[in-house]
Design a protein around this ligand. Structure first.
Ligand SMILES: Cc1ncc(COP(=O)(O)O)c(C=O)c1O
Length: 447
C-alpha cells in the first residue's frame, strides 16, 4: 500500500466496482478520487491539481465548470426534471435537440432517437438496422461488419462489434454474425512504411470477406472515422472513401460511430463531413453533453426513418430516451461550442498547435510512431531494442501514463500507446504544459 487509505478509499474498496479496472492493482495504491474541476484541470482528494489531457474519457469538450450547462440543467430540473418520450409524449428539450442535430449533421440524417450512452447508441442502431431490413423484406441481412481495434461499447452486441480481444475474450464473445475485418493500423501490421497501400489492402480484404459471407446477408458496417480507444488510428488517404463505396456497392448500411469524433474533436461538428462519408446512421454520445450528463443519440437517414415511421409500432427505447434534463445540458453545451467558436478554433488554431507539439517527438528513441488528427493524438512507445523488441506485457503506454501523472497531467495508457484528447478549450500554454509532462514520461520510460 503506497500510503494509508483514506476512509473514502476504504469504502471504495469495500463497496464500489469500477469499470475497466484491475481491482487488486488499484487497491494496492488506493483509488484516485477527483473532487473538483475547472477549465482543463481537475483536483484530487489530496489537493493535487492535474491537467486533464484526456478530457475525462474523450468527452469533456467544453472543459469543466461551465455554468451555462449547470444553470440550464438546474432550470430544466425546476421546470420538469423528467418526463418520458414513450407513448406519444415528450418534452421540449428533446424536440429542440433533435432539430438542432438535424441542422448540424450530414444532409441525409435528420432523425434522432436518444439514449444514455455510446453503447446504447450503437445498440439502438443495431436494433433499428435489424428492424429496417425486416420491414424492407430482407430479414436475411443480419450480419454486422466492424474492424479490428474498434471500440463500440460494452453491451453483449456492442462488445461483439468491438475489435479488441481484451474486451470480448473474458465474456466469450463475439456472438455469431459479428464479423471483424482488418483495421488500417499499418504500424500494428508492420506496414507503416506504406500506410496508404495497407489501407488499400484492408479495403480489398473487406471486399473478400463480403464475397465470402454473401453480401445479401450483411446488414451494416460500423466504422469510427478515427479509431479511438483501440489506439488512435486515423484513416490513411483513400481508405474511408473506398470503404464507403464498397458498402454502397453491396447495399450494406454504413454506420459512422462518432461517439468520440463528433462535436469538434477533429475540428468539425461531425468527422463524417471530413471524409464525405454520407453515412446511413451516426451514433453519438460523449461530446454531445461534454460529459455533464449521460446522453447518447442514434441519427438515421430519411430512408430509414420513413421505413420506421410507416412500419407500425416502434418497440424500442429506454425510460430515459429524450430525458429533458440531459437534452437541456446538450443544448447548452452546443451553444458553448457554437458561441465560443470552438470547432473552427480546433480546426485552425489549437488543433494544428497540438499536432505540431505531438510531432515534435519524431526522432525520440523511445517513440516508434506518432498519430493524430485535430485534438486527438497518440505516441507509440518502444523499448531500447526498438519495435521488434516489444512484448505484449511491456505496456509501455500504461507505464508512461503513470509517469505523466506524477508530473501533474492525465493521459491514457493503451498497451504501448500514450493517448491524448484534451478539452477543446485548452490554451496554448496548457498544451505546452501537457507535452512537457509527456516528454518527462517518455524520457524516463527506459529507466
Ligand atoms: C467510438 C466509441 N463508441 C462507443 C463507445 C461507448 O460509449 P459509452 O462508454 O458511453 O457506452 C465509446 C466509448 O469510449 C467509443 O469511444
Amino acid at each position: 500500500m503506497a500510503s494509508t487509505p483514506t476512509p473514502l478509499q476504504q469504502l471504495d474498496e469495500r463497496f464500489l466496482l469500477h469499470p475497466f479496472t484491475n481491482h487488486d492493482e488499484m487497491h494496492a495504491h488506493g483509488t484516485h478520487v477527483i473532487v473538483s474541476g475547472s477549465g482543463v484541470f481537475v483536483q484530487d482528494a489530496q489537493g493535487r491539481q492535474l491537467l486533464d489531457g484526456l478530457a475525462g474519457l474523450w468527452c469533456v469538450n467544453v472543459g469543466y465548470g461551465r455554468t451555462e450547462i449547470i444553470d440550464a440543467v438546474a432550470a430544466q430540473m425546476r421546470q420538469v426534471a423528467f418526463y418520458p418520450s414513450f407513448f406519444n409524449s415528450t418534452t421540449e428539450p428533446a424536440i429542440r435537440l433533435a432539430e438542432r442535430l438535424a441542422r448540424l449533421a450530414p444532409p441525409r440524417l435528420k432523425h434522432t432517437i436518444f439514449c444514455n450512452s455510446g453503447s446504447e447508441a450503437n445498440e439502438s442502431a443495431l436494433k433499428i438496422i435489424r428492424g429496417y431490413w425486416k420491414l424492407r423484406g430482407q430479414s436475411q441481412r443480419t450480419k454486422i461488419l466492424s474492424r479490428e481495434f474498434s471500440y463500440h461499447g460494452v453491451t453483449i452486441a456492442t462488445t461483439s462489434m468491438t475489435g479488441l480481444p481484451s474486451c470480448s475474450a473474458p465474456f466469450d464473445l463475439p456472438l455469431p454474425g459479428f464479423i471483424h475485418v482488418p483495421a488500417p493500423h499499418a504500424y500494428a501490421a508492420d506496414r507503416e512504411s506504406d500506410p496508404v497501400a495497407y489501407g488499400k489492402w484492408c479495403v480489398e480484404e473487406t471486399a473478400r470477406t463480403i464475397e465470402r459471407e454473401g453480401a445479401d446477408t450483411i446488414a451494416a458496417m460500423f466504422v469510427e472515422p478515427v479509431q479511438g480507444a483501440g489506439g488512435v488510428i486515423p484513416p490513411p488517404a483513400g481508405y474511408l472513401t473506398a470503404l464507403r463505396a464498397l458498402c454502397r456497392e453491396h447495399g450494406i448500411l454504413f454506420v459512422a460511430d462518432e461517439v468520440i469524433t463528433a462535436f469538434g474533436r477533429l475540428g468539425e461538428w461531425f468527422a463524417s463531413g471530413l471524409w464525405n462519408l454520407d453515412p446511413d446512421l451516426i451514433t453519438l454520445a460523449k461530446g454531445l453533453t461534454s460529459g455533464y450528463l449521460p446522453l447518447g443519440a442514434t441519427m438515421v437517414s430519411d430512408e430509414i426513418a420513413d421505413a420506421l415511421r410507416h412500419g407500425g409500432y416502434f418497440a424500442h427505447g429506454f425510460t430515459y430516451t429524450g430525458h429533458p434534463t440531459t437534452c437541456a445540458a446538450a443544448l447548452a453545451n452546443l451553444d458553448i461550442l457554437e458561441n465560443d467558436g470552438l470547432i473552427p478554433h480546433v480546426a485552425s488554431n489549437i488543433g494544428p498547435y497540438f499536432q505540431e507539439k505531438l510531432r515534435a517527438f519524431a526522432g525520440h528513441p523511445a517513440v516508434g510512431e506518432i498519430r493524430g488528427y485535430g485534438l486527438i493524438g497518440a505516441l507509440e512507445l518502444v523499448p531500447p531494442g526498438g519495435k521488434a523488441a516489444l512484448t505484449p506485457t511491456m505496456t509501455l503506454g500504461v507505464r508512461a501514463a503513470a509517469l505523466a501523472r506524477k508530473e501533474g497531467v492525465i493521459v491514457r495508457g493503451i498497451r504501448d500507446i500514450i493517448a491524448l484528447a484534451p478539452p477543446l478549450t485548452i490554451a496554448r500554454e496548457e498544451v505546452d504544459q501537457l507535452f512537457a509532462a509527456v516528454r518527462v514520461a517518455v524520457d524516463r520510460i527506459w529507466e
